[in-house]
Design a protein around this ligand. Structure first.
Ligand code: F0G
Length: 464
């Protein structure tokens, strides 16, 4: 295991040119995009920190894997390679390929949830919760309270609060809880890990209450990194062994392979239970494709199998999380309010503290993301009230305690100099923060509104 700094364990073989724009061009672009960074054209973006999803750089081995695609309709050899790789590194026996993570969430929710069920989880993810609701379930947040506090330095803010789980059982009964969905390195909490000690407690709780333990393993390798760094007894364990241990404690997994596993598209549902696999095969042919390709081309399954192997390498994951820490530490040194501890895939700016003059009803994180784009062409993403949506029953905006802008770092894509530019830009925006105005909806879609909503600045007079 290497002990050097986070320097990258790879060199660059091909580059993609990016465009520099002027402030005037960016003003026009963001206005035309309705102040929603999702609606910008990627051509108009200088450093794209919108997401870490599907935007990683594949290795030369993964690109070579594309040429080894077996595009047979049934029984592609790449499927068997993927399945054996999932079993080897993630422990799950059966793999159902899907077009991406939400495809797996869709199938799983349909199989396991009945009308009136409750699905506890360590904070929500947007698509995961929506699929649970569409299947008739209600999501219940059981993450520890520290996760909602951007200032808490708890080392495992992704942990589940077992008392909250017990309270839910007391309220609705264990038979209304088919499973708990536990995410590794919780995205919406700021890329925060859970501990293996906590996961073992959740496992025991599931066994006591006859509930399945479903693992959203989208960022499991990053979680393993934090376990190795912070959890008693894991310092000398390999990342791949920690990843395996996490997975073995769970029954079912949904995976968006576009993150940890560094492919541009793809995902899967994986499990150990043969009866559940049979049901999943029955649904994947309806919604995705035959069970040996689901939503993926043979070549993409091959690139994924190779990407999984690379993702659990110690040097890789230390460089990946090290780069995120490098950016976060620069911002911290400059006094920029960020979520602590620094997360695995992104640095989260605390928009409430950066823009205290903008009430949450005027979407401070959305406004901050737009301002950062205008300043320097950096694209980030709102993770606050716009993402949280409206309450299913009351129709009111859900006002989450975390009102964040996510600077998400793609894997193996940007350099240290890009991180420096990003930090400088955030500092400049912070210096002129009082000039930023709140926003109001021009168009609000019914579901997953953050993707396609458009906004306009609130006129100055009504901004207080
Ligand atoms: N679960 C988690 C924790 C995620 O972060 C995502 C996607 C999904 C599930 C859904 O997977 O996009 O492949 O369908 N997160 C992306 C993001 C979109 O930018 O955070 P998908």
């Amino acid at each position: 295991m290497s002990t050097r700094t986070w320097a990258e364990p790879y060199k660059i073989k091909a580059v993609e040119l990016i465009k520099m724009t002027t402030p005037e061009q960016r003003e026009t672009a963001i206005r035309e995009a309705g102040y929603n960074t999702f609606l910008l054209r990627s051509e108009d973006v200088y450093i794209d920190l919108l997401t870490d999803s599907g935007v990683g750089a594949m290795s030369d081995r993964q690109w070579a894997g594309l040429m080894a695609g077996d595009e047979a309709y049934a029984g592609s050899r790449n499927f068997y390679h993927l399945q054996s790789t999932v079993e080897r590194y993630y422990s799950y026996k059966y793999t159902v390929p899907t077009h991406q993570g939400r495809g797996a969430e869709h199938i799983l929710s349909k199989i396991l949830i009945s009308d009136g069920d409750f699905i506890p989880g360590n904070m929500y993810f947007t698509t995961t919760r929506l699929h649970q609701e569409l299947a008739g379930g209600t999501f219940v947040d059981v993450i520890i309270n520290e996760a909602h506090d951007p200032l808490s330095e708890h080392p495992f803010k992704g942990n589940v609060d077992i008392e909250k789980l017990d309270a839910l059982v007391a309220e609705v009964g264990a038979d209304r809880i088919p499973y708990i969905c536990v995410a590794t390195c919780v995205n919406m909490a700021g890329g925060q890990p859970l501990s293996l000690a906590n996961l073992r407690e959740v496992r025991a709780w599931c066994d006591r209450n006859d509930a399945l333990l479903v693992h959203d393993m989208t960022r499991v390798a990053e979680n393993a990194h934090f376990i190795q760094k912070r959890e008693e007894g894991y310092r000398d364990k390999l990342i791949q062994d920690i990843v395996y241990e996490i997975c073995s404690l769970t029954d079912v997994a949904t995976m968006s392979a576009k993150k940890d596993a560094m492919v541009n598209i793809g995902g899967f549902l994986a499990m150990n239970d043969a009866a559940l696999y049979e049901k999943a095969c029955g649904l994947v042919v309806v919604y995705e494709g035959l069970h040996t390709y689901g939503g993926m081309a043979g070549r993409d399954m091959e690139a994924l199998a190779i990407g999984i192997t690379e993702s659990v390498d110690d040097d890789h994951i230390h460089a990946r999380v090290g780069q995120v820490e490098y950016l976060g530490e620069q911002l911290e040194k400059a006094g920029i309010p960020i979520v602590k501890p620094i997360g695995g895939h992104a640095v989260f700016l605390d928009a409430r503290r950066i823009l205290p003059h903008i009430p949450q009803e005027q979407f401070p994180a959305q406004a901050l993301a737009a301002a950062l784009y205008v300043e320097s062409g950096i694209r980030s993403m709102e993770r606050g009230v716009v993402s949280a949506g409206r309450d299913k029953v009351s129709g009111e905006n859900i006002l989450p305690r975390l009102e964040l802008v996510r600077l998400t770092i793609p894997r193996r894509v940007y350099t240290q100099a890009h991180m420096d530019v990003t930090a400088d830009s955030v500092i400049r925006v912070m210096e002129n923060a009082e000039l930023i105005r709140g926003l109001r909806f021009v168009y609000e879609p019914e579901v997953l509104r953050f993707f396609q909503a458009t906004f306009e600045p609130v006129p100055r007079a009504s901004n207080g």
